[in-house]
Design a protein around this ligand. Structure first.
Ligand SMILES: Cc1ncc(COP(=O)(O)O)c(C=O)c1O
Length: 385
């Protein structure tokens, strides 16, 4: 299947959150799932399980294969050399974020979060009863950047920095200089850094990704890095993630907090699909990125033509566009407006932190035709409003 030939009727057969949640009347472009077929190697692994009725327990002897594939990938792609023995298998990145706060910080501890932010970062701090320290990213021309002055003022109160790199929803890939300034603050104030790097494989050609922990050994020592094949290879429902611990001590405290059986195991199919993604799907990934890049540019052009009052922050990574809809001067939230009047389901900005009520997030990982339909529906709602 080509990335641009997607049959909407086939998509409607899916039972995933994106396609089920709002029902058939709405065109969904909210949650981070892609409309594309998975890589052939992943499909072959899943098909193999069906052919052999291979739905049993994963073998202990194969448990290190995913950590090994992750370590190899980090070395090849980002020249970050790590020991697979420091990598733990989890079922979700978000699970890892929650457990890290619970295991490695005290109740009430200050946790820095750079808003607007992927909403589970906010619920993670609130539900573990840590103290949310909001550090809003600021507009710097056509993109968002870090307000280091504000961050430095908050720094002494913080115990943890929750970094989202590349950043969801702004699409920023933080540059070396920005990462170094963050690292300096982390060292000076003895922060634990939780670096969610799940979108690292989806960086567009004009940017270069650097894992935060790879900056220097003294940075790695205070960092836990999270990743998964779920975003870049479109297998979020399978549930497999990894955490890399900068020291054996961090790992030991994490594991002691909740023993392996209490954390829950990662299924055989999830492990096999992740191995196929990380070891045998780079050609597919390169093609997916080309499609996404063209979708990103198409969206920018279409919005300028059809919804010129909407400002798009063109992402440097991933397939989520952060749209400032305040210029539309709607009387309700833009997410609700477009759901009701355009039959398009976007993510409402309010969920990404205070002050972002006038924004929406749009997932453009689909075909050109479906993307055009999304924009046409939105434009039509405005002309009829
Ligand atoms: C930044 C970020 N972290 C984590 C996740 C979810 O990962 P998981 O399903 O492994 O918890 C997403 C999903 O969109 C995400 O964008």
């Amino acid at each position: 299947m080509s990335f641009d030939e997607i049959d909407p009727e086939r998509l409607r057969q899916r039972r995933s959150a994106k396609w089920v949640h709002y029902g058939p009347e709405l065109l969904p472009c909210w949650v981070a799932e892609m409309d594309y077929a998975v890589a052939p190697a992943i499909r072959a692994e899943l098909q193999r399980a069906i052919d052999y009725d291979d739905y049993g327990y994963p073998a202990y002897s194969r448990e290190q294969l995913v950590p090994e594939a992750f370590a190899e990938r980090m070395a090849q792609r980002f020249a970050w050399r790590i020991d697979p023995a420091d990598v733990l298998l989890l079922s979700e990145v978000v699970q890892g974020l929650y457990l890290s706060l619970l295991a490695l910080s005290a109740p009430g501890a200050g946790v820095l979060v750079q808003t607007p932010i992927y909403p589970p970062f906010l619920s993670c701090v609130r539900e573990t009863e840590r103290r949310l320290l909001l550090s809003p990213l600021v507009e710097q021309g056509e993109r968002y950047g870090i307000d280091f002055e504000q961050l430095s003022a908050q720094a002494p109160e913080a115990r943890v920095l929750m970094l989202c790199h590349p950043h969801n929803p702004t699409g920023r890939v933080f540059e070396r200089a920005e990462l170094h300034r963050l690292a300096e603050l982390a060292i000076e104030h003895d922060w634990l850094v939780l670096s969610d790097e799940i979108h690292a494989d989806l960086v567009y050609p004009e940017r270069e990704f650097q894992p935060f922990a790879s900056l220097a050994p003294e940075v790695a020592r205070r960092t836990i890095t999270f990743s998964s094949a779920s975003k870049a290879f479109n297998i979020a429902g399978l549930r497999c993630a990894v955490a890399h611990f900068g020291t054996p001590e961090l790992r030991a405290r994490f594991e002691a907090f909740l023993p392996a059986h209490a954390r829950g195991g990662v299924g055989l199919l999830a492990q096999q699909a992740t191995l196929a993604a990380w070891s045998d799907s780079d050609e597919w990934l390169a093609n997916a990125l080309r499609q996404l890049d063209s979708q990103r540019q198409r969206l920018q052009v279409r919005l300028r033509e059809r919804l010129p009052a909407v400002k798009m922050y063109s992402p440097e990574a991933t397939y989520l566009a952060w749209l400032d809809c305040r210029g539309l001067q709607l009387e309700q939230s833009p997410g609700s407006f477009f759901r009701h009047h355009a039959r398009v389901a976007l993510n409402d900005g309010a969920a990404f932190g205070p002050g972002f009520e006038g924004f929406v997030r749009l997932n453009f990982a689909t075909s050109a035709g479906i993307l055009d339909e999304i924009v046409e529906r939105m434009a039509g709602a405005l002309s009829g409003a």
